[in-house]
Design a protein around this ligand. Structure first.
Ligand SMILES: Nc1nc2c(c(=O)[nH]1)N=C([C@H](O)[C@H](O)COP(=O)(O)OP(=O)(O)OP(=O)(O)O)CN2
Ligand SMILES: [Zn+2]
Length: 120
């Protein structure tokens, strides 16, 4: 089994409005988000070039991140889901698993110290 990953960056705002008013994240704030796509394939399923998938083919995901998430308010961009890092990772997975069948996990970081991973 081989696993490849590629990192994408965007900036966005959110409000975690289901938290108590006293929680700092219940106020509007922003993050410089990092998203990592992890794709896996068995040895024999790789391309003739030895790829799980050509990294260049992930440019469509970058274009979508730029259009749908970058400099957006995630409470609006994520179809009404509470915009936690966990929900963002799963929403991205569910949105892109059809396009990239090798997708095994999506990781989301809001700060340099925190990560959420969705792996079905
Ligand atoms: N399980 C989760 N917990 C929190 C999430 C989340 O998405 N999932 N999100 C937030 C906030 O949006 C934000 O990420 C704040 O995180 P936090 O680690 O508290 O950030 P700080 O920089 O303030 O942390 P320091 O400890 O002060 O460095 C909160 N929780
Ligand atoms: Zn936050």
């Amino acid at each position: 089994m081989f696993t490849i990953s590629k990192e994408f960056h965007f900036s966005a705002s959110h409000v975690l409005d289901r938290l108590p008013d006293t929680h700092p994240c219940a106020r509007m704030h922003g993050h410089n988000y990092v998203v990592v796509l992890e794709l896996s394939a068995e040895d024999e399923d790789r391309t003739d070039s030895g790829f799980v998938r050509d990294f260049c083919e992930l440019s469509v995901f970058k274009a979508w991140v730029d259009a749908a998430l970058d400099h957006r308010h995630l409470n609006e961009a994520m179809a009404g889901l509470p915009p936690s890092a966990e929900n963002l990772a799963k929403w991205i997975f569910d949105t892109w698993a059809g396009e990239f069948p090798e997708l095994g996990a999506v990781k989301v970081s809001e700060t340099p110290k925190t990560w959420a991973v969705y792996r079905p």
